[in-house]
Design a protein around this ligand. Structure first.
Ligand code: AMP
Ligand code: ZN
Length: 114
């Protein structure tokens, strides 16, 4: 997708600090971390956000969420805990319109969010 930052990362036009990769999913460190651990998990397929998911994306998104378990084990935050977030559109605070899951960890996260 033209002008999509995350597609540029996928096409190696931009670099990233990779944490996990499978045939359909890539995870990398957020460039502006909001917690000691802040990882962005994306499907390699360009989808803008949850609103644009198709029935055929159910398996892909299940795999994407499952990757949080794999990553949490890998970086050793499984027991301490972590938070997974999908921001959607303006009120959700979405700024990059390639669907992504934030995986935040490494400190006690407050609730509710701002
Ligand atoms: P959101 O506001 O939910 O759309 O989240 C977008 C996230 O992408 C923000 O946390 C940004 O810091 C992060 N981000 C933007 N550009 C990059 C990049 N080139 N590499 C890694 N993370 C990025
Ligand atoms: Zn994209």
């Amino acid at each position: 997708m033209l002008d999509c930052i995350f597609c540029k990362i996928l096409n190696n036009e931009l670099t990233c600090s990779k944490v996990f990769e499978s045939d359909q999913i890539l995870a990398f460190n957020d460039i502006d971390p909001k917690a000691p651990v802040h990882i962005i998990v994306i499907p390699k397929k360009h989808i803008s956000n949850i609103n644009d998911l198709n029935e055929s994306d159910r398996k892909l998104m299940g795999d994407l969420i499952f990757s949080a378990k794999i990553i949490a084990e890998k970086i050793n935050v499984k027991e301490s805990g972590f938070r997974c977030i999908f921001n959607t559109n303006n009120d959700g605070g979405q700024t990059v319109f390639h669907i992504h899951m934030h995986l935040l960890a490494g400190r006690e996260l407050s609730w509710p969010p701002g």
